[in-house]
Design a protein around this ligand. Structure first.
Ligand SMILES: [Zn+2]
Ligand SMILES: [Zn+2]
Ligand SMILES: [Zn+2]
Length: 476
């Protein structure tokens, strides 16, 4: 199921505060029109709609997105940019009109007591306290909601973690600091909407965390969210920024993090999020990278992707072939080294070969010192994407590389099993002709990658000659 995160209002806004009509920040086009601080975010699955906070403009956003009335509402804290009484009034009416039973609001007792009584009467309170986890049914799903303390920002304030239908979301609005939170809750989220009141740390003055603190915090996680969206940016910094300036600055400050400024109306489908284990998806005609998917998804959905296959040869001209682990596909079969291209390889098979080779081919000098794979030991055989697999579960184009190991370099093979454990693998040595004979006799002993190389050698004399030359070069 794809779950959409929809940001109705994001509170990134700053007023015209200088008198200069030529000022590009105060009077320019790149100043967001949203109300300062106003926050309202929906999570929309096939049959559920969860709303977190309802700052001014939230209901208009729900209408614009064509969403049904929410079946569950969460409120972080009673500041009017998050809990706007008039918005709640409109929501109550839309819920009545759609014939839903009274909708629950998950919030702390303190926040609930701060709502006007006539509005409390139109909703049902599900109390939650910092540190508590509750389960709430919404549509045909059960959402798990965890609250963590944010009372240093405002009394009764919490931030929420929502886990629903394999999707995990952090509603991390309006915090004074990150240090008090239980960081284990913040690992491995799919999407986090994060408060970013200013660029510089100045919570003493503003009561809110800054982009600088957000980035330091995200850097401290071993699995930061797949996407972090920054909200609530205002006018407190000594230097003023346009939205474009913030977008560029973030890229410079955190090129390695998936963190962006949020904008009003933003819709993020869970199916578009950066995968944890990304595989580059190719355009069929040009081989340009046009998509990215989890490795498992690329195989299951028959998406055309790129890989490299690496033959390793020692200084005596013997090929080093590894045996696949019992917890890998093709268990016990002989295979070439290699792996999938990731978008960060920049569409260059050689970059993939260096990265995968470094991971899988562990090299040691005599005496045990670890050596790194050197680019000069690697050469490509045949053109890019020469070998195509059209198997239903693996639509893949592979580029072949040859690694020649210098004398006195010892190889140990290492790879991940299908359940993600790093294991050492058994290797065997063959001369090229031994390997070709074995393949002719028992093709079933070969995994798909090495089998494709050997098949290509049977039908493509030029390719076979290139492999043979590479082996012979070693022997002389
Ligand atoms: Zn100005
Ligand atoms: Zn706020
Ligand atoms: Zn607040």
């Amino acid at each position: 199921m794809s779950i959409n995160t929809i940001l109705h209002v994001v509170g990134n806004a700053w007023p015209e505060i200088c008198d200069d009509p030529a000022c590009p920040i105060c009077f320019g086009s790149d100043r967001p029109p949203d109300g300062r601080g106003n926050t309202g975010v929906s999570l929309r699955g096939t049959d559920f709609h969860i709303l977190v906070d309802f700052g001014q403009g939230t209901h208009a956003g729900i209408r614009r997105s064509n969403l049904p009335a929410p079946g569950l509402i969460l409120a972080t804290h009673a500041h009017p940019d998050h809990v706007a009484p008039m918005e709640l009034d409109t929501l109550a009416k839309s819920i009545r009109d759609s014939g839903l039973a009274s909708v629950p609001i998950v919030t702390t007792h303190q926040t609930w007591e701060m709502l006007p009584e006539f509005q409390r009467n139109q909703f049902r309170h599900i109390p939650i306290e910092p540190g508590h986890t509750i389960s709430v049914d919404v549509g045909s799903e059960t959402a798990t909601v965890i609250a963590l303390d944010a009372s240093s920002h405002f009394r009764g304030g919490v931030v929420f973690f929502i886990h629903v239908a394999d999707f995990s979301f952090g509603a991390l609005f309006d915090l004074r600091d990150w240090t008090a939170l239980d960081h284990s809750q913040l690992e491995d989220l799919d999407v986090a909407v994060i408060e970013a009141n200013s660029l510089n740390p100045m919570s003493d003055k503003t009561g809110h965390v800054s982009i600088a603190e957000d980035i330091a915090f995200l850097n401290s996680l071993s699995q930061p969210p797949r996407l972090s969206l920054l909200t609530h940016y205002g006018h407190d910094d000594p230097v003023r920024h346009s939205q474009g300036s913030l977008v560029s600055l973030l890229q410079g400050l955190a090129p390695h993090l998936s963190v962006r400024m949020a904008y009003k109306g933003m819709v993020v489908p869970s199916t578009s999020l950066p995968p944890r284990n990304p595989v580059a998806i190719l355009d069929d005609r040009t081989n340009l990278v046009v998509g990215v998917a989890e490795k498992k998804e690329a195989h299951e959905r028959s998406l055309l992707h790129a890989s490299v296959l690496i033959l390793v040869c020692d200084h005596t001209g013997l090929l080093q072939i590894y045996e696949r682990h019992e917890r890998q596909s093709y268990p016990g079969c002989l295979d070439a080294f290699g792996g999938h291209m990731q978008p960060s390889d920049g569409g260059a098979p050689k970059v993939t070969a260096m990265r995968e080779g470094t991971e899988e081919i562990l090299l040691f000098a005599r005496g045990g010192r670890r050596l790194v794979l050197e680019e000069s030991w690697l050469r490509q055989i045949g053109p890019d994407y020469l070998l195509e697999s059209t198997a239903q579960t693996n639509k893949e184009r592979s580029t072949v590389f040859f690694v020649t190991l210098p004398e006195d370099v010892i190889l140990r093979a290492c790879d991940e099993t299908d359940d993600g454990e790093q294991v050492e693998l058994i290797t065997h040595t063959f001369s090229l002709s031994e390997l070709e004979e074995l393949f002719a006799k028992s093709p079933g002993r070969f995994a798909d990658g090495l089998a494709r190389i050997l098949q290509q050698m049977q039908v493509n004399p030029e390719f076979r000659a290139e492999v043979a030359t590479s082996v012979e070069r070693q022997q002389t």
